[in-house]
Design a protein around this ligand. Sequence first.
Ligand code: SAM
Ligand code: SF4
Ligand code: SF4
Length: 385
Amino acid sequence: MTSRTTIPLIDERRAARSPSTALTLSPLLPLLPATGLLGDQLGRPLHDLRISVTDRCNFRCSYCMPKEVFNKDYPYLPHAALLSFEEITRLAGVFARHGVRKIRLTGGEPLLRKNLEQLVAQLAALQSVDGQPLDLTLTTNGSLLARKAQALRDAGLQRVTVSLDGLDDAVFRSMNDVDFPVRDVLTGIEAAQRAGFGPVKVNMVVKRGTNDQQILPMARHFRGTGVVLRFIEYMDVGATNGWRMDEVMPSSEVVARVNAELPLLPLSPSSLGETAARWGYARPDGTHDTAAGEIGVISSVTQAFCHDCNRARLSTEGQLYLCLFASQGHDLRSLLRSGATDAQLASAIAHIWQGRDDRYSELRASMPADSGTGARRVEMSYIGG
Ligand code: SAM
Ligand code: SF4
Ligand code: SF4
């Protein structure tokens, strides 16, 4: 029996609900308006909102939704628990008034949510504090993208990131653990490019000993195609994936492997709070070969970027999480459904964000070794990656 089969089934969402959110509406607290200039305890702005639209997925990636836990008995959320498109849009509008400029739809698998393009159209009509359209993007496993890319683009989605953990069909089928063929995801990526999403990004989670031999084939395949390939360090998120540090391949090693065959040079970050370090393919004279493109590495484990972390996460049922590794959320759905006004919602969000001091990844190294799989942490499929 492997360690994966011995993990007890815990409904992390029970632990995740916060009874205290109502306090943020207490008459004893000042009603804070949305100024677009919200800062947390460490001075980090609220810039980026990830919205999970479903806790379900048609894949069972072992690092995210291991089959042994996410089986037919798993208590997925009932439909009535999910935020409706109208509720999501209303909250997103309040977040935009607080300074959010970028919204990423995620999950679970977001393309499983029926009529998602309607939500995209509603969100595309929102504006940032300075009157610009929001940067609207989506992360998907790509399985349904060939069918949906054009409708999503027509609805106003600007960018798309596809997760793909290898090019070898056997490796990919085993990683998604539902025998899904790699060809169909590649077709989805091509459809996204044709629909005009640019640049399409591809995220590959690297697990040492499982798919690290796919690093170079992936780099070769996407070099010169306009797709930006990003390698993500395998993270200790959630409480079910049996994470071990020796399965993490540091980004420095990934870069060294690619560089040995396809020379790279460092590029400057494209924006503040950018999580990926960018590396361009180099010409023989050492300059950036822009036609060949670039790769990115996301070193969530070996080089924490908490000091710049400007993102909040809204779970499928409207819990606001301030960190990927949080064990507790703030219940915005109850506020919404209790009839709170937009001003009250804005004030609650302001109080919550102003109290934020999360920086899990920066503290990870100083934690006791056995705290690595934190038993009560929320699952990534629930709050979105
Ligand atoms: N289902 C969609 C997908 O796979 O793109 C969206 C949700 S998924 C939770 C978002 C991202 O989180 C994916 O790129 C996935 O590879 C990444 N992810 C999930 N578990 C992870 C882990 N333990 N470490 C690093 N990345 C992880
Ligand atoms: Fe599903 Fe995405 Fe998690 Fe894989 S990473 S199980 S595709 S939610
Ligand atoms: Fe942000 Fe938490 Fe990740 Fe640090 S550990 S980068 S605070 S989500």
